[in-house]
Design a protein around this ligand. Structure first.
Ligand code: KG4
Length: 336
């Protein structure tokens, strides 16, 4: 089969990213223009400001992605923008740009689910990884255990009933005064602390669901009611508690499904403590192999979107120009 080049476009939150990926696995370019410094002073992403900045960045980022890949628009086979979930105004920028390219250049359009993109980040890091496997998706908007049955066939085994784990990291960072985005800052400070503060862990009976609102509130209360809070200890304790919950649920999912492969994905999968805990699973289960994306592929990027776009194209999922942004798009659950 001829090589297939996919132009991935990502603009669901505060990163404008465009990438060129060959055959779903080989990264030719992955340009990421982050708006973090712009939103930092507001303590979080301001949707309207995000949309405006995507508009200003998208053409420049696309040009750079083509240059770095050493290709032209003519060489591209498929245009694959994220169409959900995410901030609607932000999504519309990348999606409209992708649709315009598809129309003007007469190229196929494949809309990509951002969550499927995060899972696909693992395909770029591990050329040999193939479904089936379990994927623990831990990001700013989602916390899910997904049974990846095939490249475009998924089964949801468990998900958060309230906050996403990334939201909890960001909230803890704000409470202890670390600023936005909190996850990387909690990660760094926790390395200097001891996990000696007892925090609640939530489990549901006969369920692989998560809840992070209780621990978030516990951190807020502890910080409020304690004199001379040791911030590093608090960060380390928070990280340990949420990691234990993730590991306990994924261990149960491994038992239920007999999975031999477990991947993590999403922004929070960049966390050092969490990465170490998942790698440790290989020591406990001799037949288990653990996968985690390269650090630069954990947070939002278009290379993972291009990879998911490739597999959707192969599965025959192409889209018309009436495709709209879907801020609450869920993962497509299909029964084989
Ligand atoms: O995947 P992502 O870039 O966006 C979504 O699709 O949601 O994830 C962003 C989230 C933020 O909550 C950020 O604080 C968190 O990932 N994050 C981290 C780390 N790096 C990013 N959380 C913990 N440790 C990190 N090193």
């Amino acid at each position: 089969m001829k090589d297939l080049l996919v132009l991935g476009i990502e603009s669901s939150c505060d990163e404008t990213s465009v990438a060129v990926v060959k055959n779903g696995r080989e990264l030719l370019s992955n340009v990421i223009d982050t708006q973090i410094p712009i939103h930092e002073k507001y303590g979080g992403v301001v949707p309207e400001i995000a949309s405006r900045n995507h508009i200003e960045a998208i053409t420049r980022v696309t040009k750079k992605a083509l240059e770095e890949a050493n290709v032209t628009f003519e060489d591209i086979d498929v245009i694959a923008p994220t169409y959900g979930p995410g901030l609607v105004g932000a999504l519309l920028v990348g999606l409209s740009y992708g649709k315009a390219l598809s129309f003007a250049l007469n190229k196929l359009l494949v809309g990509v689910n951002h969550i499927e993109g995060h899972i696909a980040a693992n395909y770029i890091t591990y050329k040999e990884l193939e479904p089936p496997f379990l994927c623990v998706l831990i990001s700013g908007g989602n916390t899910q255990i997904i049974n990846v049955k095939d490249y475009t066939k998924f089964e949801m085994l468990g998900k958060t009933r309230d906050d996403a784990i990334g939201e909890a990291f960001d909230k803890v960072a704000r409470v202890v005064g670390l600023g936005y985005p909190g996850g990387p800052k909690v990660d760094k400070l926790a390395l200097e602390g001891e996990p000696n503060i007892k925090l609640p862990k939530t489990h549901f009976e006969n369920s692989l669901d998560f809840s992070f609102s209780g621990i978030k509130t516990a951190v807020i209360n502890y910080n409020h009611n304690t004199k001379d809070v040791n911030k590093a200890d608090l960060c380390a304790s928070f990280e340990k508690a949420v990691t234990e919950v993730l590991i306990e649920n994924v261990t149960e999912a491994i038992k239920q499904t007999g999975a031999k492969k477990v991947a993590i994905a999403g922004g929070v999968s960049a966390n050092k403590f969490i990465r170490k805990a998942f790698l440790n699973l290989e020591n406990e289960y001799s037949e288990l192999k653990v996968y985690m994306p390269d650090m630069k592929l954990c947070t939002d990027n278009a290379a993972m979107i291009a990879s998911a776009g490739y597999y959707n194209f192969i599965a025959g999922n192409t889209y018309e120009l009436d495709l709209n942004a879907m801020p609450n798009l869920k993962i497509k659950e299909k029964v084989i």
